[in-house]
Write a protein that binds this ligand. Structure first.
Ligand SMILES: Cc1ncc(COP(=O)(O)OP(=O)(O)O)c(N)n1
Ligand SMILES: Cc1ncsc1CCOP(=O)(O)O
Ligand SMILES: [Mg+2]
Length: 241
């Protein structure tokens, strides 16, 4: 079943961080609600990334949460992750879909409707859209697109939009009102004094602000049941994703 959660925690593996402790804290609060995306620094070797991913996947499986792997799709396959996430400098979305297979969750980064639509047609299950706000955890990003940028993409695509970049609980309502289905965070949880409490605050903000109905969901031009499209799992879960 294709399940795309509304709260995505991306691992923070910068020096001095303890990603597994943060994942443990977040899972203790969110359980199966959480999606954990394993993301490592570009210069991290595959063995180190694999060992982290194995541990994250084990912890996710214990509570029924989903694990995705950023960029390195061979690791996603190796650890039996639910799927992966790719952006502009990674495998193209159609190639990523071929690697992961039809049943996997495949996220793609988009900042505008054209890129987002192309990614969906190429097989993306959801879009990571941002940076919505300024972020201190990734360098070299373009200017923040804000809720209005989310609105532009979300109104153009028939898959869930996950807002990313500078997300805090206070910013969640405007992003959901703009059409985001959920949010992805690094710093709001990893940088918090109490990651469990920070996770709880994000969950509360998401739950208190259900996403508005999206009549376009279910009409993906890229929907091809033979390929196991982004929408092939629609209707299987309470929210259709
Ligand atoms: C949910 C989500 N959205 C966007 C990204 C960014 O992916 P990408 O543009 O490939 O950048 P890197 O994370 O690989 O540096 C993401 N990882 N997750
Ligand atoms: C990987 C990535 N892509 C766009 S913003 C970002 C990092 C988001 O981190 P934070 O939640 O700390 O702003
Ligand atoms: Mg990437």
């Amino acid at each position: 079943m294709l399940h795309i959660g509304r709260l995505h925690l991306i691992t923070d593996t910068r020096p001095g961080r303890d990603p597994l402790a943060v994942v443990d804290a977040a899972l203790s609060v969110a359980g199966p609600e959480l999606v954990v995306q394993v993301r490592v620094e570009d210069d991290t070797d595959d063995r180190t990334a694999y060992e982290l991913a194995v541990e994250v996947a084990r912890r996710c499986a214990a509570v029924g949460a989903s694990c995705l792997v950023n960029d390195r799709l061979h690791l996603a396959l190796a650890i039996g992750a639910a799927g992966g996430h790719v952006g502009a400098r990674d495998l193209p979305v159609d190639a990523a879909r071929r690697v992961l297979g039809p049943a996997a969750v495949l996220g793609a980064t988009a900042r505008d409707p054209r890129t987002g639509t192309a990614a969906v047609e190429a097989g993306a299950s959801y879009l990571g859209v941002g940076p919505c706000h300024a972020t201190s955890t990734k360098d070299g990003l373009p200017a923040p697109i804000g809720p209005e940028g989310i609105r532009r993409v979300a109104s153009a695509v028939p898959v869930p939009v996950i807002a990313i970049g500078g997300i805090t609980p206070e910013r969640v309502p405007a992003l959901l009102a703009a059409g985001a289905y959920g949010v992805a965070v690094v710093g709001a949880v990893s940088g918090a004094a109490d990651p469990a409490q920070a996770t709880a605050a994000l969950l509360t903000a998401l739950t208190a602000n259900p996403p508005p109905p999206q009549p376009k969901w279910g009409t993906s031009p890229g929907w091809d049941p033979r390929r196991g499209s982004p929408l092939s799992g629609r209707g299987a879960g309470a929210d259709g994703w």
